[in-house]
Write a new protein. Structure first.
Lengths: 89, 199
């Protein structure tokens, strides 16, 4: 199990802010267990596609089943746990 | 066509925004387009986070539209927009991204009429809209189409737009067309607004 304050959490938050152009949001404004979609960060379907690209580009993880995304992209915690378990780079 | 008027106009070029021939906003001359757009966004206190996800062409359109209608009540205006370089700026960025990982966020902006969708979503417009491509600014495109719209669809107002971007050079003219006003909606007056010097 990875620490809630791991480098991966911080790295993920920074990547999401940069990749999704969340210009008005700082790292410390994203809670680890906050929903990324809906009421949380308010990401949309195009953002979901960008997150799939981010997984492949930065961590070598290719999602074969888009339905997996619902659970993986629930929060920073769920993303980090999935990456830690499946990363190839 | 003689009973239509240009109520407001806006010109945006070279780090400056002019509304009704008065300087509205000026950025630093050495600001690039991204910096200029962000400063103008902050200046009008727009508070629309989706703005930052748009490509530069849509940012130019939605930002200047906000300024054109600022402090005014709009009545579901039709949108008649055009430009010369389509979405080439974003097309090239998207093509570059395909060499590694194609960006979905760039792909959705590889059509120039997306700017009309962005404006319509922001203002909940259900009006007619069209985007035309023309080699250069052509006032007759607007006068003919808009006159027909007013005649056939019985609309209250239209916003005509020229929103062009290529190689970081941007050229924007927006005009709000209504049934009341002082400046007649003619090809000559549109061309004068497009040609207006800023001094």
């Amino acid at each position: 199990m990875i620490s809630p304050m791991s480098d991966l959490h911080i790295e993920l938050k920074a990547s999401i802010i940069e990749q999704l152009n969340l210009e008005d949001i700082n790292l410390d404004e994203i809670e680890n267990d906050e929903p990324l979609f809906g009421d949380g960060l308010g990401l949309d379907s195009i953002d979901a596609l960008e997150l799939i690209v981010l997984l492949e580009k930065d961590y070598g993880i290719k999602l074969n089943d888009p339905q997996q995304g619902k659970e993986i992209f629930n929060s920073i915690n769920t993303m980090a746990a999935f990456i830690e378990k499946n990363r190839t780079k | 066509m003689n009973d239509l008027y240009i109520q407001n106009n806006l010109v945006c070029r070279s780090s400056e925004i002019w509304k009704n021939k008065a300087l509205f906003f000026k950025s630093e001359e050495n600001d690039d387009l991204k910096a200029f757009l962000k400063k103008a966004y902050q200046y009008i206190e727009m508070d629309y986070p989706k703005f930052f996800k748009m490509d530069n062409l849509s940012k130019l359109a939605i930002l200047n539209f906000e300024i054109l209608i600022q402090n005014e009540k709009i009545q579901d205006p039709a949108l008649v927009f055009a430009n010369s370089n389509s979405s080439l700026d974003t097309d090239q960025k998207f093509q570059k991204s395909t060499a590694t990982f194609a960006s979905p966020a760039l792909f959705v902006y590889t059509l120039p009429n997306i700017m009309l969708g962005e404006i319509s979503i922001k203002h909940t417009l259900r009006s007619e809209n069209i985007f035309l491509i023309s080699k250069e600014f052509n006032p007759s495109l607007y006068t003919q189409y808009v006159s027909q719209l007013f005649q056939d669809k019985n609309i209250s107002e239209t916003v005509c737009g020229w929103v062009d971007l290529h190689n970081s050079e941007y050229d924007v003219l927006l005009c709000r067309i209504t049934r009341n006003g002082e400046v007649k909606f003619t090809e000559e007056n549109l061309q004068k607004l497009y040609d207006q010097p800023h001094e």
